[in-house]
Ligand binder design. Structure first.
Ligand code: MGP
Length: 278
């Protein structure tokens, strides 16, 4: 325990005594978050409060898979964190891409995937990329300008340009994201302002994804401002926008909203599991 600064969001918390009082619920719920927690799952402090619980991830993966006609569909998990969602995508999709801005999160995703799946299975299907998505808008503009990268540019911007160029060439079918909501205080002030998502507010975030894919699913707080969700959808996709919102509950407790923009999600029946169409 001396090895860790527990104030650090990147500290690995793997023992109940390391959890500050406000975070004890995550430790108590560890087997609902990862049913195989005891088999070697690793999580940083930041990941504990933002990871999607396993039953929720499994439902989301089944719904997104059902929405795809192509059996070899490609899905990107943007902000893959500790890999809770990535693991469930790996079970159902033949090509899974994971992006995070922190190497330790990618290390957790790979480690945690290997708790559930064999290394050879993961190697064939999973591609993890470290990229700071806050550079994505600038990167997309740079790509559109057809300018050449030069060494004096910011290395994070160069990395983001290369990542987006690669993703465009991979022809993704869905981009899914469960981005940071700004920590556990997201529910303190009544409704959640969608401008407070990270690394960008929802409108800019959706626009940053559009250059690589038209089918977008984002896991948002249960207290999201629905009027803002509608006005943002109109601003980005126009008045005829197609948005499907699934209220995701477990044991009758609302966990979050799965918001899916794109033709692919229209008319798809819900898979058996938690979740109500809103
Ligand atoms: P929660 O707010 O801790 O409520 O998280 P919970 O577990 O229902 O407990 P209670 O105390 O309200 O009864 C609800 C769900 O939101 C979690 O399971 C995570 O999946 C998700 N979640 C929470 N946060 C703070 C984040 C976040 O910052 N980003 C993302 N993507 N998901 C989050």
């Amino acid at each position: 325990m001396e090895d860790y600064n527990l104030d650090d969001d990147l500290a690995i918390l793997n023992n109940g005594s390391m959890f500050p009082p406000k975070m004890r619920k995550y430790w108590r719920n560890r087997y609902r978050i990862f049913s195989k927690y005891d088999e070697g799952v690793i999580m940083t402090k930041e990941l504990w409060y933002s990871v999607t619980p396993e039953d929720v991830s499994r439902f989301i993966a089944k719904f997104l898979r059902k929405s795809m006609k192509n059996p070899n569909s490609r899905i990107l998990d943007l902000c893959c964190g500790g890999g809770g969602d990535t693991i469930q995508f790996l079970r159902l999709f033949s090509h899974v891409y994971g992006i995070d801005n922190k190497q330790i999160h990618l290390d957790c995703t790979l480690n945690n995937s290997s708790v559930y799946l064999t290394p050879s299975y993961i190697e064939k299907r999973l591609k993890l990329l470290r990229c700071d998505w806050s550079y994505s808008v600038e990167a997309a503009e740079f790509i559109a300008s057809k300018k050449k990268i030069n060494e004096e540019m910011n290395p994070e911007l160069i990395n983001c340009i290369k990542t987006i160029t690669y993703l465009i060439e991979e022809h993704l079918d869905i981009v899914y994201s469960s981005p940071p909501w700004g920590g556990p205080s997201y529910s303190d002030n009544g409704s959640f302002n969608l401008d407070d998502l990270q690394p960008f507010g929802l409108e800019k975030f959706l626009r940053s994804i559009l250059p690589i894919c038209n089918n977008i699913a984002v896991f948002l707080p249960r207290n999201s401002d629905l009027a803002q969700l509608k006005s943002t959808s109109i601003a980005v996709f126009g008045p005829n926008f197609k948005l499907r919102v699934l209220k995701i509950s477990t044991n009758g407790h609302l966990k979050g909203l799965l918001c899916c923009w794109g033709d692919a999600f229209t008319g798809i029946a819900l898979p058996d599991a938690a979740g109500d169409n809103c």
